[in-house]
Design a protein around this ligand. Sequence first.
Ligand code: SF4
Length: 483
Amino acid sequence: MLTRDEAEKLIQEVLAAYPPEAAEDRAKHLAVLDGEALEGGCGITANRKSLPGVMTIRGCAYAGSKGVVWGPIKDMIHISHGPVGCGQYSRAGRRNYYVGTTGINAFGTMNFTSDFQEKDIVFGGDKKLAKLLEEANALFPLNKGISVQSECPVGLIGDDIEAVAKKKSVDLNKPIVPVRCEGFRGVSQSLGHHIANDTIRDYILDRPKADDGIQAGPYDVAIIGDYNIGGDAWSSRILLEEMGLQVVAQWSGDGTLAELERTPKVRLNLVHCYRSMNYISRHMETKYGIPWLEYNFFGPSRIADSLRRIAARFDDRIKAGAEAVIAKYQPMADAITNRFRPRLEGKRVMLYVGGLRPRHVIGAYEDLGMEVVGTGYEFGHNDDYDRTQVDLKNTTLIYDDASGYELERFVERVRPDLIGSGIKEKYVFQKMGIPFRQMHSWDYSGPYHGYDGYAIFARDMDMTINNPCWKMMTPPWRQPNAA
Ligand code: SF4
């Protein structure tokens, strides 16, 4: 592991390749942290525009709304409004598992697009959108509502999707939600999360409608910010229900419109991905008086800690339930740790991921005896970094909105035993001879949340790091002419 001095020197070396102005800007996004420098925040500048010419790994606002917040609501149709490319590229990529019959009462893996052509750019796409809403509703009549996810051209030509949605909502007698998530808005997909949260607030939660008459139960909770990748939310809800809580809504993986509508009556909102869903949780706190609590279900240490913190918000029955859940699953978790820790002890990990994983998975790696020596967010805000630094015990490189160049230089020097990042990084680092896990969609595996997920997480990390294939290739720095 690098010392603090070595890590700071490495950052300076990397910055030296940039022109002075770019180096000055990028210096604000790079740091060395060890969980000590808590006063006044961690000093990272985040959620700023990427530098032109410096390749970024970020997604756009449309990706944040369609891919994360709205897309996984399974019983609604989500139209990618604009040219076909954005929707096709984002289709089904995140593996948000759901129960339902696709095309009948669930639409999560289907791709609906208005397929803009040149004439739509010239003459506007509102009429096309109105027709599409009618057609989609006629073809799939069991849909519970429709969202319109704007792509860049729709905002650029000034279409009035709100007016179309308002009229068609009356005609079709179901919610139609226009989402102004054009990709050019904001600096990354992060603004797409916020915009999407605001439309859930305006078009679903605060929509005047007859009271459904459902009374809130004393243990009703909602899972907020779990996208059910590979079944994550299912592994999480088992634990909450076994401890005695009633999960009445899941946002948004395997979620439904009815669950969204029901949420303002829960007792506590349990927030897993703070970055994507803190906005709506704060709104429900202000308007409906529902408290919210962040939790972390990666790895047995953080799971037990989270279960106890959740239980502390309820009565003795739930507290006893949490202890019973921990007692039930801890032997299974210990068996997993005992099996895999000897194979993973001391291995060093570098991460570069999205909303919650750069900090949430640190504990799971530590449970397996591994160290996170570098971590960073594609689209984090300053409060994400403040939350991250308290989880860091060792000297850790931190990189915000890192460029491909920066990551490659860091990896060349640190030479971690494992990298966890996205699909765009995967093959670059594998070709450098470094084991890699795709940590946006669990590399087609999962779940990773909960005790069930810990078993799969541990197996996957072992399978990746200790795969014999790595011994059969010679990475560039071990080649005879390497510097
Ligand atoms: S930036 Fe615009 S054009 Fe590109 S994927 Fe996002 S919405 Fe589509």
